[in-house]
Design a protein around this ligand. Structure first.
Ligand SMILES: N[C@H](CCC[C@H](N)C(=O)O)C(=O)O
Length: 283
């Protein structure tokens, strides 16, 4: 059977979104990779499936899969897109949905932007997770190519934030995969390189776990702001300037991280049977 999908993005971090609340759909990793492939399939950084849920207060469960087929528990840019879809569906200005990292709450902000409360950051080494006890403010065991001692933050997914003098100079495609797969991160990690421009502005580039370089990363922007505040480098609310545009992040005094930014619906289409019946690639 074919399935309708929506192609959406948040600042160029792009998604194939399928509403499977009435017809369950949990494709194997090989099928997700085929759909995410930018030649063979539709192409996306993350593949998002809305699932039926009986979680109280939730309109759906948001299942997040990376382009490599792996599952992630958080995806900030997709959370804004899903929040927007649910608000458009209900006609309300708020929406809540369940993720593997917990219940998220979305609301409309100014100029068509959407705010998602991404919850509290987790800062303990075991919650990142790290392979061994460490000070998450400076993880000394992680260094390569002149970059060392990142701040580790979990926003539902693991992040390592390096502060640098010039974000544009970072050889992201070379050092990104080394840090993503570093043994200090038993579940791998999303890797951010942040250049503080002012107490309220940070330039950030990202290498995502399971997706590589993306135009933007919402959970990565949240992790970057939290890391900067912990290091005393910025105020608790700042703009994160990504390749694809700017997100505004605030770490509130009551320990919530609020992410505000745009959403975009590019087009809709139907996944053809060939794609939904792809045979697992022999490893
Ligand atoms: N693009 C997403 C991050 C996806 C995280 C995923 N790469 C992981 O494995 O954690 C965001 O906007 O937060």
């Amino acid at each position: 059977m074919t399935r309708e999908f929506l192609k959406m993005h948040g600042l160029g971090n792009d998604f194939v979104v399928i509403d499977a609340r009435s017809e369950p759909y949990s494709p194997p990793a090989a099928e997700v990779r085929a759909i995410a492939d930018r030649r063979m399939g539709v192409g996306c950084d993350q593949f998002i499936v809305l699932e039926q849920t009986d979680a109280p207060g939730a309109d759906a469960f948001m299942r997040i899969r990376n382009a490599d087929g792996s599952e992630a528990a958080a995806c900030g840019n997709a959370s804004r897109c899903v929040g927007w879809l649910l608000m458009e569906e209900s006609g309300r200005d708020r929406a809540s949905f369940q993720t593997a990292a917990g219940l998220l709450h979305a609301s409309r902000a100014d100029n068509g932007r959407i705010t998602v409360d991404m919850g509290a950051p987790r800062l303990d080494w075991a919650a990142i997770p790290l392979a061994a006890p460490a000070d998450t403010l400076r993880v000394e065991a992680v260094e390569h190519g002149g970059f060392a001692a990142p701040v580790a933050v979990n926003m539902g997914n693991p992040h390592a934030v390096f502060f640098v003098d010039d974000a544009e100079a970072v050889p992201l495609d070379e050092v990104g995969p080394v840090f993503e797969n570093h043994p200090a991160f038993p579940e791998r990690a999303n890797i951010e390189f942040a250049q503080v421009l002012s107490p309220t502005a940070i330039r950030m580039r990202v290498w995502e776990r399971g997706a590589g370089i993306t135009q933007a990363c919402g959970s990565g922007s949240c992790a970057t702001l939290v890391a900067a505040v912990r290091r005393g480098l910025t105020s608790r609310k700042a703009d994160i300037i990504l390749d694809g545009g700017t997100l505004t992040i605030e770490w509130t005094e009551d320990d919530r991280v609020l992410m505000t930014g745009p959403v975009a619906l590019a087009f809709s289409g139907r996944l053809a049977p060939e794609l939904t019946s792809v045979q697992p690639v022999s490893e």
